[in-house]
Design a protein around this ligand. Structure first.
Ligand code: MET
Length: 210
C-alpha cells in the first residue's frame, strides 16, 4: 500500500465528526478536484504492507479509523487491511468515481463516506452513479456545496439515485452563505444533514495533517 501519512486527530466530517480518530491517508488519486486541500497526497508516499499500517494504527490507541487519501479504493490491499481492523470502527472516504465493488465491506462497523463531486469541483462528470445501488443504511453520501448550481445538481442526483445511506451537505469552507444552504434544504423538504467541516472551524482552512 502507498501511504502518505498516519496521524491522530478529531474527525471533522461525516457522522463520526467530533470523535478522536486515526487517519490513514493513502497516496494517489484519479481525480483533480478544484478545491482539493490534500494535493500533497497525489504522489508522495511510502510503501507499507497492510500489517505495517495496522502496527502504526495500534500505536495511536484509538479504535476509530478513517481511511482516506488520495483515493483509498485505489489501494489493492485495502481488503487485507480491513481484516486487521475487524474490531475497529472504520470509515472509508471515497470520491464517488471508483466502483465500491473494489472492496467488499463484510463488517457492519465498516462504512463508506462517498463524496459525490459536484459541478464546482470540476469532476462531477466522472461520478459513478451505480455506486448508489451498493450503499447500505450505515453508509453516508456527502456533497460539498459551493454554489446554488452545486446544490441543485446534488438535489437532482439524490432524487434520481439515492436509496440507502445518510445524505450530508457540507458548505465549501468560507465560500458560501451557510444559512442559504440550510434555507434551501428546508424549503425543498430534503432529509439532508447540514455539516460544517469541523477541522476547518478549529484550525482554519489551510492547516494540513490535522
Ligand atoms: N478521495 C476521497 C474523497 O474524495 C477522500 C480524500 S479527498 C481529500 O472524498
Amino acid at each position: 500500500m502507498k501511504v502518505n501519512e498516519i496521524f491522530l486527530s478529531i474527525q471533522g466530517e461525516s457522522l463520526s465528526a467530533g470523535f478522536p480518530t486515526v487517519f490513514v491517508r493513502f497516496t494517489g488519486c484519479n481525480l483533480r478536484c478544484s478545491y482539493c486541500d490534500t494535493r500533497y497526497a497525489y504522489k508522495e508516499g511510502e510503501d507499507m504492507t497492510p500489517s505495517e499500517v495496522f502496527e502504526e494504527i495500534k500505536k495511536l490507541h484509538y479504535k476509530r479509523v478513517c481511511l482516506t487519501g488520495g483515493e483509498p479504493l485505489l489501494q489493492k490491499e485495502l481488503g487485507q487491511l480491513l481484516e486487521f481492523l475487524d474490531d475497529y470502527i472504520v470509515t472509508i472516504e471515497t470520491n464517488g468515481s471508483v466502483s465500491l465493488k473494489s472492496v467488499e465491506l463484510k463488517n457492519p462497523k465498516h462504512s463508506y463516506v462517498m463524496d459525490m463531486k459536484v459541478p464546482s469541483s470540476g469532476c462531477s462528470d466522472q461520478m459513478l452513479f451505480e455506486n448508489f445501488d451498493l450503499l447500505r443504511d450505515n453508509d453516508e453520501i456527502k456533497f460539498v456545496i459551493g454554489s446554488r448550481v452545486d446544490y441543485d445538481w446534488a438535489k437532482n442526483i439524490i432524487s434520481k439515485y439515492h436509496k440507502k445511506g445518510t445524505v450530508t451537505f457540507s458548505p465549501v469552507y468560507g465560500k458560501i452563505d451557510y444559512s442559504g444552504i440550510v434555507k434551501w434544504i428546508l424549503e425543498d423538504k430534503l432529509d439532508a444533514r447540514f455539516q460544517v467541516q469541523l477541522h476547518k472551524v478549529i484550525w482554519g482552512p489551510d492547516k494540513t495533517g490535522v
